[in-house]
Design a protein around this ligand. Structure first.
Ligand code: HEM
Length: 137
């Protein structure tokens, strides 16, 4: 009897853990991400230091790719199908400082859309490892 109760409790606990929400679901899915990157991309394109990099890049193109990329990185059902990070950034000679300017816009947009600081940090942590594929000086 005792063993079967323990077994049932273990079963319930494992059921709970498999239905735990991904970060993607927790923040409100693709709509939230698309709002975040809509806002971030507009601000990035207007930035006096890094805006010039994007003069030939349609806003909706970057917004869509960033949304899909981060969706995939945080456990969503999307598949990023854009260029490899190295391919799209290598020729631009982007600096460390410029990288952090962009990341701050993403962070600011998340805050303004209403994500919690914890959710922000978890998303930024998925972007940080991409730095070496973006920065070349
Ligand atoms: C974590 C940081 C970054 C991420 C996740 C990221 C992501 C992306 C993605 C998904 C694309 C679209 C690729 C495609 O067209 O298929 C892209 C393109 C681009 N990114 Fe980034 N990026 C980052 C940082 C930066 C920074 C710091 C700059 C410049 C200051 C930059 C400049 C560009 C430019 C100019 C393009 C267009 C490239 C082209 O079409 O020739 N990116 N980026």
């Amino acid at each position: 009897m005792k063993n079967s109760i323990i077994f049932i409790i273990a079963l319930l606990l494992s059921a709970c853990s498999t239905t735990q929400n991904s970060l993607y679901e927790e923040i409100g899915g693709k709509e939230t991400l698309s709002n975040v990157f809509g806002l971030a991309v507009s601000r990035i394109y207007n930035d006096p230091t890094i805006g010039h990099y994007f003069k030939n890049v349609p806003k909706r193109h970057l917004r869509m790719h960033l949304t899909n990329q981060v969706c995939e990185l945080i456990g969503g059902p999307c598949k990023y199908d854009g260029e490899k990070m190295e391919t799209s950034h290598q020729g631009h000679n982007i600096s460390d400082k410029e990288f952090f300017i962009l990341v701050e816009y993403v962070q600011g947009a998340m805050r303004d859309i209403g994500l919690t600081p914890q959710q922000e940090n978890r998303i930024i942590a998925t972007l940080a490892p991409l730095k070496s594929k973006v920065v070349y000086r």
